[in-house]
Ligand binder design. Structure first.
Ligand code: ZN
Length: 431
């Protein structure tokens, strides 16, 4: 892809990100519902589900619902020096309501800054301990005068619900592929808006997929508490049906591709993720289980053990703008980055869909020449794809998967799809 040749899907995903940018997403709240409603405009199959506050989910409890109408800090002259309405990253997630006058020293105790990134506003949350706070750039804090400040947080923390979105798409068989993305960060782009917008467009593509073999479960949940709540409700059916899947996050920048394994590291999803990335960018970053940090921690936890891996662009905590206001749609996420993230996961899903165990129907080498599949002129050089066809045939014992044959042949699995179609049509193999 060069700069002038960015696939249209990249712009479509990017434009959706712009529309969803300003919502104050958190683990609960009105703006999560608004985000999900907006996603229903892309996929009508998306159902908005809810779990009540106070519900015990494994070792956790679904917290109260948090909503914010307004929040600001004013200086002695009445100027708003911090305004939640201008940038929602300023307000600590789950801040309790507050209205007070404070000295500079008192105010400072509730202000968070990022010393490594002095111009950016750090993203801070406190879901399970009741407190309030604002974050601002270090440079802004340095300029603040020693005077009285007014603090106002018009938030509410009340019993309500935790919402999530769920799309179930039936395939020919009951076995399922799980796609999970989280939606709990306010105006932050790569982590995590890129995951939300890419996943909904993947869902749309899957819905339109002809001859879909697998069933799909695509969920939009708040990170950690959402996946724990979802698993506590569904883990038995998930354990029975899920054969592969991906946690989708950090898929919007154009700096790298990354792979984060499942806990065991040897599931079908791991194999497919490595195969796809190796064939689109040999320099992809191979992370380990020790780099985990998202919902894979729940999906791969002992006893749950789902085959879930992650295909990312630049992964969480591994880029300088991470969890700051600099992780935005101008500095970090781009149509090109999103198109790449979308494409990599699409190729991985396609690989799982098309993976099969070819089985020869003819003893010894089939005579390809008489079927027009092989040059009748015996020469030293073999056509690239003829060689691949011969490789498929030599391994077509019903025990080697297509993905393994592609790997052995040092070719991407997508180069085999057309060949498999022809070999089936010519009754040379069955799958
Ligand atoms: Zn995050």
């Amino acid at each position: 892809m060069d700069a002038n040749n960015i696939p249209k899907i990249g712009y479509r995903i990017y434009n959706l990100a712009k529309k969803l940018w300003h919502y104050n997403r958190s683990i609960t709240g009105i703006d999560n519902r608004k985000t999900l409603k907006h996603l229903q405009g892309i996929s009508k199959k998306l159902k908005i589900k809810s779990i009540k506050s106070g519900k015990k989910v494994f070792d956790w409890v679904v917290p109260d619902e948090w909503n914010v109408k307004d929040a600001w800090i004013k200086d002695a002259k009445g100027n708003k020096i911090i305004d939640f309405k201008k940038n929602n990253v300023h307000l600590m997630g789950y801040s309790i309501p507050k209205k007070c006058d404070l000295t500079f020293e008192e105010l400072k105790k509730n202000i968070f800054v990022d010393h490594e990134r002095p111009n950016a506003i750090p993203y801070i949350t406190s879901y399970y301990k009741k407190r309030w706070g604002f974050s601002m750039s270090l440079n802004q804090l340095k300029k603040l005068k020693k005077q009285k400040y007014k603090v106002f947080i018009n938030s509410s923390l009340k019993p309500g619900v935790l919402n999530y979105g769920e799309i179930l798409i039936k395939g020919k068989i009951k076995k399922e592929i799980l796609l999970s993305t989280y939606m709990c960060h306010p105006s932050l782009a790569n982590d995590n808006l890129s995951g939300i917008v890419t996943t909904i467009y993947l869902a749309k593509w899957i819905e339109e997929l002809k001859d879909r073999k697998y069933s799909y479960r695509i969920i939009f949940i708040p990170e950690t508490i959402g996946s724990i709540a979802y698993l506590s409700k569904h883990f038995k059916e998930l354990k029975k049906n899920i054969i592969g899947g991906f946690n989708i996050t950090c898929v919007g920048d154009n700096r790298a591709y990354s792979y984060l394994p499942s806990r065991s590291g040897n599931t079908l999803s791991d194999k497919v993720a490595k195969h796809v990335l190796n064939n689109i960018d040999k320099k992809f970053v191979r992370l380990t289980w020790f780099n985990r940090g998202s919902d894979e921690r729940q999906y791969c936890s002992p006893g749950i053990d789902l085959p879930i891996a992650s295909i990312m662009r630049t992964a969480f905590a591994r880029y300088p703008e991470y969890h700051t206001s600099d992780d935005n749609l101008k500095k970090v996420v781009s149509p090109k980055g999103l198109a790449g993230g979308y494409n990599a996961i699409k190729l991985a899903i396609e690989a799982i869909e098309k993976n099969c165990y070819p089985k020869a129907k003819i003893m010894c080498m089939p005579q390809l020449g008489k079927r027009g599949l092989y040059t009748t002129l015996g020469t030293k050089k073999q056509n690239h794809n003829t060689r691949l066809m011969m490789n498929i045939l030599t391994y077509a014992d019903g025990k080697n998967s297509l993905i393994d044959i592609a790997e052995k042949s040092h070719r991407p699995i997508w180069d085999t799809y057309k060949i498999i179609e022809i070999l089936i049509k010519e009754k040379i193999i069955s799958i």
